[in-house]
Ligand binder design. Structure first.
Ligand code: FES
Length: 129
């Protein structure tokens, strides 16, 4: 363990952050088909597409990771009804075929494609009309 500027630096590996990399899900994030490590929350996947796939930039300092700030609010297509649904990415477990249609504030795509509008601020409203 090393110390620098009064901070203790813990060794962090990809597996520490994202879990085992040998099993993956296919998800669609705003039109981008992505193969991502399974058993993760959606917010962690946003971090993955920034740090590993290099198709997005995520402002990590905006997120509390514990359902308090609502900054991670995203719109996905509900698995059963297919309707848009607002969720907190830090509380949403990913699954095969997950589709995100609106990313949280603090995420913008860097792949040259468009970043869809972010959901309005405030707590998630669940299924949208
Ligand atoms: S990161 Fe703060 S509510 Fe999800």
């Amino acid at each position: 363990m090393a110390a620098r500027n009064g901070c203790i630096l813990l060794p962090v590996t990809w597996n520490d952050l994202f879990g085992e990399m040998d099993t993956s899900y296919r998800v669609n994030i705003c039109g981008r088909e992505c193969v991502v490590p399974y058993d993760n929350k959606l917010l962690r996947i946003y971090q993955y597409i920034d740090l590993e796939l290099h198709i997005a930039d995520l402002s990590l300092s905006l997120y509390c990771w514990n359902a308090q700030c609502h900054n991670c609010k995203s719109v996905i297509l509900d698995r059963e009804s297919g309707r848009p649904k607002e969720v907190l990415a830090c509380q949403t477990q990913i699954y095969e075929g997950l589709q995100v249609v609106s990313p949280p504030i603090g995420l913008k795509f860097t792949d040259g494609g468009e970043t869809p509008p972010h959901p309005p601020p405030g707590p998630p409203r669940g299924l949208l009309p």
